[in-house]
Write a protein that binds this ligand. Structure first.
Ligand code: GDP
Ligand code: MG
Length: 765
């Protein structure tokens, strides 16, 4: 038996799906989280008493407001219901919002499939003191209705018992019969004669001016003869709502309690015209501060006014105590995220040193302790901070806050050619580009979607975080300047700015299109679900650890081998690394990066930056894994890397240590380092993201997307480097931007012609 779950966005489909199948699909308090269908098997009744053990497949469909498709997700749901004919459709109706939810129900009923209504969120209804009369709903709809709470699990067993005992066939019915019956009839005859399944459904859709139906032979003529110039589509919408108000919504009686709900009160503040954005900025800052700050309480900053606080080394502690205190404090108190990082890092360094010391064969100690462990630990050390960042975003999303931000941002987004809907994929990009790109399916305008997919990698993902943190840390400790947090935020901000500028450019030139109106329900606020959150984090951890022990592990081994073998396959010691295969490949591509600051101008080990950027194409963690592997070798060289001994460096944090080793060995400058981060952040994303982009983009667009990434990253990094190294070059860049803006303005006024891609524009909903 195959059961499909259908319903509005955010009505609790996925929550129910997870309850029924025991899976852990992503639930978000955000419309449009499920963008493709997902299948699972019902895991059975809790009280096994007497139920037949038939295999029941459950399909979770994307949330939709109607069955007239505009977006790809709506098409998925409609096709599944009409063409694949499940044995039963469970239509989930959010009981806190029945008027709007039942609008979809009136359309679902028109198909020839058995329908069961799951009236979800009954816990909320009861809490508000409201009451819903089930028998009124059942009489008005003509199908069974079962009240449930997917979240608490109430009524779910009853729902399934009802589901398995229902008739397996049903003929479509419509609430439009009394008002529009005479119009529907000829259309129904037409489809019956054509012997399609669900003729009633198709007939009504034809009257609704549905594009897919109009494509059928003879349909257009028929519609013209029926409608006689009358706007049937509007009449049908009107009639559906009339029926809902008169016959169905009366089932709900409000309790005495409310005028303004708690959510409304919170929204008054959080979506305030003026304060909404500053509040969001403060929340973002707080998140980054808790996760990355090395001066959490600003004690260091205050104290530095009066001469500064002592570092751990100056406290006169025993060596063990110093390591311990150093986890929490070094001249300032660390934030929770940094403390977690330090704990992992201390552990890893200890293991690495112990193993390195225990192995006596030189090449094996090198491969194992430097190559493999150096690379892996450099990456794994960042797991706590990645998880923490992810946790904050999950909490914001699940509470319902992110939906508000999208709503508020819509006003601003519109100015540069995006709708508020594209905010969510972009924010998801901070976690990982892959799901973010898939999520763009909620965007109706194809060109808006292409533009959004292209800039998603600019929202620095979890895997790029180590690049930011390690190099920012390296800059601060080595050059003794600045503030690592500030550099990290700054780089995030650079990514966002690059995204805005690129979208602006694209939407005004090659990727023009209408911005469809942004219709989104603001979900009620609720407390984030702890279990949900943990599942989420666990998923992320598994993914990250798996990647570390597969792709990154393999890459580190390969990198170590090729940096210790020459073209005649002889083993080279660390000192001879410059003659290795890797070095010669690196030196070959190195000149390409000269305009970006990390090319031929560097000293003898300069090729490591070219190699790191290259390995980043497989997985972005590789950039720092490469640093870890090669850095460990450079550190082992001791005096050869500028007088810093390996002992000194190993006492410091892992990723940062290797970054420092790179800096000392190559003599790279600060602007070049920043440009290196920018390049890795904006250039072609990892392999997985490329594959996703290719699958999501229309044919022929992917090539241009690759080119776009290369050009965008190259230009931005060159700008960063030249402006940082020679301030007066800023004027040149400003002039370039001014010319570009002028060209776009002239083009939009029709004075000149820039290339423009043809394609279907957006459909306004
Ligand atoms: P979908 O978009 O239809 O798949 O909806 P989700 O399953 O992602 O759920 C949307 C939000 O509603 C989530 O925050 C859920 O925790 C919440 N939710 C789902 N079912 C219930 C319920 O029965 N009661 C309450 N109070 N919240 C629910
Ligand atoms: Mg869902």
């Amino acid at each position: 038996m195959k059961i499909a779950l259908i319903g509005n966005p955010n009505c609790g489909k996925t929550t129910l799906f997870n309850k029924l199948t025991g899976s852990t699909a992503h639930v978000g308090n955000w419309p449009g989280v499920t963008v493709e269908k997902r299948e699972g098997v019902y895991r059975g009744f809790k009280n096994k008493g007497g139920q037949k053990s038939e295999k029941i497949e459950i399909v979770d469909l994307p949330g939709i407001y109607s069955l007239s498709p505009y977006t790809p997700e709506e098409i998925v749901s409609r096709n599944f219901m009409i063409d694949e004919r499940p044995d039963l459709v469970i239509n989930i109706v959010d009981a806190t919002n029945i008027e709007r939810n039942l609008y979809l129900t009136t359309q679902v009923l028109e198909a020839d499939v058995p329908v069961l209504i799951a009236l979800n969120m009954m816990d909320e209804v009861k809490r508000a003191g409201d009451n819903i009369d089930i028998s009124v709903l059942e009489a008005g709809l003509g199908v069974p209705v079962v009240p449930i709470s997917a979240l608490k699990g109430d009524g779910v067993d009853k729902l399934m018992q009802r589901a398995v005992s229902m008739e397996r066939t049903r003929e479509g019915s419509t609430v439009l019969l009394s008002a529009l019956g005479d119009k529907i009839k000829p259309a129904l005859e037409f489809y019956k004669a054509a012997e399609v399944s669900s003729p009633l459904f198709h007939a009504v859709k034809l009257l609704e001016n549905d594009e897919t139906e109009l494509g059928r032979k003879g349909a257009k003529e028929l519609l013209d003869s029926i409608s006689n110039g009358e706007d049937l589509e509007a009449a049908i919408v009107d009639e559906r709502y009339k029926y809902i108000t008169a016959k169905l919504a009366v089932a709900k009686t409000k309790g005495k309690k409310h005028d303004m709900t708690k959510s409304d009160k919170i929204d008054k503040v959080l979506t305030h015209r003026v304060w909404a954005l500053p509040i969001f900025a403060v929340i973002l800052f707080a998140i980054f501060h808790v996760t990355f700050s090395e001066d959490f309480l600003y004690i260091g900053a205050w104290a530095s006014l009066g001469g500064g606080l002592p570092g751990v080394a100056d406290l006169g502690l025993s060596e063990g105590m110093q390591t311990f205190v150093g986890i929490f404090y070094d001249g300032a108190v660390f934030s929770p995220g940094v403390i977690l990082f330090n704990m992992f890092d201390t552990l890893f360094s200890t293991i690495q040193e112990a193993i390195g010391g225990a192995i006596t064969t030189e090449w094996f100690a090198g491969l194992f302790a430097d190559g493999i462990l150096g690379g892996l630990f450099a990456v794994l050390g960042f797991l706590p901070q990645i998880l923490m960042l992810f946790m904050w975003f999950s909490i914001l999303e699940d509470s319902g806050y992110m939906a508000r931000v999208a709503f508020v941002l819509d006003r601003i987004f519109r100015r540069f050619g995006l709708s508020g809907r594209s905010f969510m994929p972009m924010i998801m990009g901070f976690g990982c580009s892959v799901p973010a790109m898939v999520n763009t399916r909620t965007l109706a305008d194809e060109n808006e979607r292409i533009a959004t997919i292209r800039v998603i990698p600019f929202f620095s993902c979890g895997a790029k975080l180590p690049i930011l943190t390690a190099i920012a840390g390296g800059i601060c400790s080595f050059f003794g300047v600045g503030n690592a947090d500030l550099i990290t935020y700054g780089m995030y901000a650079l990514g966002v700015c690059a995204a805005v500028i690129c979208v602006l450019l694209m939407r005004n030139t090659t990727m023009k299109g209408d911005i469809p109106p942004f219709i989104m329900e603001l979900p009620a606020y609720h407390r984030p679900q702890f279990k949900n959150l943990m599942l989420h984090l666990w998923d992320k951890t598994k993914h990250f650890v798996k990647k570390a022990f597969t792709i990154i592990f393999a890459s580190t081994v390969i990198i170590w081998l090729f940096s210790h073998l020459n073209w005649s396959w002889h083993y080279l010691s660390d000192e001879q690394m410059n003659d290795s295969i890797l070095a010669s490949i690196g030196k070959l591509i190195q000149p390409l990066f000269t305009p970006l600051g990390f090319g031929s101008q560097l000293n003898q080990y300069g090729w490591v930056f070219a190699v790191a950027a290259l390995t980043g194409l497989i997985a972005k963690e590789n950039v720092i894994a490469t640093f870890g592997t090669l850095g460990a070798c450079l550190i082992a060289l001791g005096a050869n890397v500028g007088g810093v001994t390996s002992g000194e460096l190993l006492a410091d944090e892992e990723g940062i240590t290797s970054a420092i080793a790179m800096i000392t060995a190559t003599g790279i400058s600060i602007p070049a380092l920043i440009s290196f981060i920018a390049f890795n952040m904006l250039t072609i994303p990892c392999f997985a993201a490329c594959a996703t982009a290719k699958a999501e983009l229309r044919k022929g667009t992917f090539r241009w997307t690759l080119l776009f990434w290369i050009v965008a990253s190259y230009v931005t990094s060159a700008a960063v480097y030249t402006m940082g190294a020679w301030w007066w070059t800023s004027f040149i860049w400003i002039a370039v931007v001014a010319v570009a803006v002028a060209l776009i303005i002239l083009n939009n006024k029709g004075k000149i012609k820039l290339p423009r891609r043809k394609g279907k524009g957006g459909q306004a909903a």
